[in-house]
Design a protein around this ligand. Sequence first.
Ligand code: GLU
Length: 289
Amino acid sequence: MSTSLTASEITPYRGRFAPSPTGPLHAGSLVAALASFLDAKRAGGAWVLRIDDIDPPRAVAGSVGQITEALSAHGLHWDGAVRYQSQSSDAYHRALQQLAETGTLFRCRCTRSTLSDQGTCGQRCEQHAISDEEPHSLRVNFDSAQLAGFADRFQGMQPVTPEKTVTDFIVRRRDGLFAYQLAAAVDDAQPHFTHIVRGADLLDSTHRQRWLMQLLGQTSPCYGHIAVIRDIDGNKLSKQNGAPALDLARTADNLRDCLTHLCQPAPPKSARENDEILDFAIAHWTLHP
Ligand code: GLU
């Protein structure tokens, strides 16, 4: 009988679920939470809850409480204290300084009307001197030829092609707030996390975040992107599209629906409690490219 361990069994696995506090959890976010939870628990690893609260204008009061309540109600208990990106500003500042030293950072004065169709700088701002006083964002040049592709655990090989990437992107916004790509790259790199499991709508972001990690000399975690839930019009279920909050009176059914979406075997009907459903799901968790 073979006693060899798989890579995930010997790696000190650290995974996370990282919602933005923009409203209550909906079915789409529960799928991401559940997939990352099952993957971590199957590997005997830690599952951390990180609140991505770096965008105060978009934050909705009370949503952190709603999110933690909904996770707990579904039996998705995180390890350790909740982490908040708003407490990592120093690390993001340091990362910006480090990026400046790599020569890839530039000031951009573009507004919506002067951006390119891809959302990149549309007026060669890099070649102009932009003073501290003039409103500007900070962008990073993205040289896709210098970034290797990666093997997504669930989606297969993800090459970096010019069509899939952009020539530059924002790391600090015009309003002075840190951009999601920067914060995610700083916080997701190893050793913070070894494995990231999240929705496939973020695949393009993953190239940007891996690029930033490379510039910052950090090791990328392993990525696995899962299919997102779409509404009947084909749009990703999201708070912006008005996805309804999860009904906490039917948590076991919510878990079963998510497992169906994730193509996992159905727990036996006799499993009524959330813990029984989750134990079954952990024992049977498998996702292939
Ligand atoms: N806060 C982001 C979101 O909710 C994080 C996504 C991620 O990197 O997992 O979309």
